[in-house]
Design a protein around this ligand. Structure first.
Ligand SMILES: [Zn+2]
Ligand SMILES: [Zn+2]
Length: 143
């Protein structure tokens, strides 16, 4: 578990004032690597912070993203997921249960010779399919 003071330190390093909301939101993302959406972060923190608003969550995520403490995962067209920025990895989204899984991959290692002279703003590795859990469950129910 990443502690409160560790998180406050990360914010200060990035010149972000460690307000209680910012600490809570970054702490949540650091400790629960479940790629939550704004809605999920909001409802997870609301019991602890009854004055929290969804726009505060949204604005805080924007600040954290710009400071590269948080990354956006845009594997789903209509919903942005967020994660604590750790080392580069790929994402797999299960089309059945919607769960997003991390796997070891680095977009920096992909050969981009053909894009020479291009300005790249995003580098992501996104896979889709059906996860092992769902395959197992489907196999069991079919029998
Ligand atoms: Zn699944
Ligand atoms: Zn991830």
């Amino acid at each position: 578990m990443k502690t409160n003071s560790f998180i406050a330190g990360r914010l200060r390093e990035s010149n972000i004032k460690p307000s209680p909301q910012r600490i809570k939101i970054l702490e949540y993302l650091a400790n629960y690597p479940c790629h939550p959406t704004v809605d999920r972060i909001y409802s997870a923190l609301l019991p602890d912070m009854p004055t929290l608003s969804k726009s505060t969550v949204y604005n805080t995520l924007k600040i954290l993203r710009d400071a590269r403490l948080v990354r956006e995962v845009t594997i789903e067209e209509n919903e942005v997921h967020y994660e604590y920025a750790i080392k580069a990895h790929g994402h797999f989204r299960c089309l059945d249960c919607g769960e997003i899984y991390d796997f070891q991959a680095d977009a920096e290692e992909i050969n981009t010779d053909e894009l020479r002279g291009f300005y790249i703003t995003e580098k992501d590795i996104y896979f889709k399919g059906v996860c092992g859990q769902c395959l197992k469950r489907d196999n069991q129910t079919e029998k």
